[in-house]
Design a protein around this ligand. Structure first.
Ligand SMILES: Cc1cc2nc3c(=O)[nH]c(=O)nc-3n(C[C@H](O)[C@H](O)[C@H](O)COP(=O)(O)OP(=O)(O)OC[C@H]3O[C@@H](n4cnc5c(N)ncnc54)[C@H](O)[C@@H]3O)c2cc1C
Length: 414
């Protein structure tokens, strides 16, 4: 692929930049983007909503969505260019990544005309924020093992059970939940997918305290929550297929998140830091480590371009897309650790006032383990690469075809 902008792309990039220059302040190249899911106070949510509404009103929201759903009907390349330019400006955290990247496309693929009309435009304008209610205490990587039940009662369904790790559920207006409606069917055949009003009676989101001190995600409890049948997304028992649409979009959303960034900031830190009385950048061991990070981040960048080329050719990105996250997320953690070493004693401090330096590396160090779990753990990604890229034998699936209620869930009598 040609990495230079075409004349049309260059013109589009200039238009993006000009609008951003008029509406936002440039971000210091050495400061990281505002982190997602870490510090959403009411004030920050209000800022994020105002920014999204402004983008929507002036034609810069959900660029790849069709116009009838509140988007701009543009191509993926324009969306990437916009993302690259917006990242250079100091904007509120993106609280819409799950809604715009995963849930909106799921409604477009499986929703009724009424559901599309009711939800998509408001989602694009950002005044309603959405969360994903998939993971559970006993179903994460193996999502099809999900347990919350939905039982039909007249025109409603009644949902009971628990979800966990639900990003933003404490401030979201709507959620997408996958439940079990037929426990006699095999595990992939019995789920049904719903849109749930997070303000419904019986929904309780309890924020989870993270190692960083922030609470970006939640446990969410459902007690006799009534959801109208008109909020069912897809057919009864078709929830697994609908969930796959969400998960495929999640992979694209994560893949386009730019794994491998941050090398420039690390290089700058190495130039500013001192080791044994000299600039750290002159130390052989530091240079060696920087070279390793540089080579890996370039490899990630070009692997990302390969995925991008496939998308631009109209192909669906294949399982090799797992490589970016499997390599990029651990590298972010290693880079953060190395940066803290370069910072010396303040590297271990989180409080900006005491550290007297940029504490974003500390934040990254505490957040990176989450990146290695969300959207597919390291081990699950390696399984995908092993089975679907390298063609190695698949894992043994002992519960295949078994009615869900017969799947063993604990120690068995001999
Ligand atoms: C920052 C963050 C945000 C998140 N946001 C959301 C959200 O908004 N909504 C939502 O629904 N979920 C969310 N999640 C949850 C996330 O999807 C799950 O944590 C993830 O799918 C892993 O599931 P689990 O935590 O249950 O771990 P498990 O699946 O129980 O895995 C435990 C361990 O076993 C390993 N393992 C599991 N299966 C295999 C296997 N087949 N082969 C080898 N090893 C295996 C895993 O790699 C891991 O080390 C979020 C998680 C994080 C960290």
């Amino acid at each position: 692929m040609n990495f230079e902008d075409t004349p049309e792309e260059a013109e589009f990039r200039a238009r993006c930049r000009s609008w951003l220059e008029q509406n936002a302040r440039p971000r210091d190249a050495n400061s990281p983007a505002n982190p997602l899911g870490e510090r959403e106070t009411d004030d920050i949510i209000a800022q994020a909503k105002a920014w999204q509404a402004k983008k929507f009103d002036e034609g810069w929201a959900c660029l790849t969505w069709p116009k009838e759903h509140g988007g701009q009907g543009l191509g993926r390349m324009q969306s990437i260019i916009w993302g690259q330019e917006e990242a250079k400006f100091d904007t509120p955290p993106n609280i819409y990544q799950i809604g715009h990247g995963m849930l909106g496309p799921t409604i477009m693929a499986h929703g009724t005309p009424e559901q599309k009309e009711r939800y998509l435009r408001d989602m694009a304008r950002g005044q309603e924020v959405w969360c994903q209610l998939f993971s559970e205490p006993s179903a994460g990587s193996d999502l099809a093992g999900l347990r919350p039940t939905a039982v039909r009662d007249g025109d409603d369904w009644v949902i009971n059970g628990q979800k966990i790790w639900s990003t933003g559920a404490h401030f979201c207006d709507w959620g997408m939940i996958v439940t079990r409606t037929d426990p006699d069917a095999p595990k992939h055949k019995g789920p049904t997918y719903f849109i749930v009003d997070m303000r419904s009676e019986g929904v309780e989101a309890r924020p989870i305290k993270q190692i960083s001190g922030a609470s970006g995600f939640n446990e969410v409890f459902f007690t006799d929550v009534r959801v109208p049948d008109s909020n069912r997304l897809g057919g009864i028992g078709d929830g697994w297929g609908v969930s796959l649409t969400t998960l495929m979009n999640e992979r694209v959303a994560i893949g386009s998140g730019g794994a491998g960034g941050g090398f420039g900031r690390l290089l700058d830190l190495a130039r500013r830091s001192r080791r044994r009385g000299r600039p750290a950048i002159e130390d052989g061991a530091v240079r060696q480590q920087l070279a390793d990070f540089y080579v890996t981040s370039k490899g990630l960048q070009y692997t990302g371009y390969r995925t991008l080329s496939a998308i631009l050719r109209g192909e669906t990105p294949g399982p090799e897309g797992a490589i970016g996250k499997a390599v990029g997320a651990p590298m972010m953690q290693q880079m953060a650790s190395f940066a803290q070493d370069l910072q010396g004693t303040v590297g271990g401090l989180l409080d900006k006032d005491v550290a007297g330096d940029d504490t974003s590396w500390q934040d990254l160090y505490l957040g990176a383990p989450g990146m290695r779990i969300a959207g597919g753990t390291d081990e699950v990604l390696r399984n995908i690469i092993a089975e679907r890229v390298l063609g190695l034998p698949p894992e043994i699936r002992v519960d295949k075809g078994m009615p869900f209620r017969e799947v063993p869930t604990g120690p068995q009598d001999s």
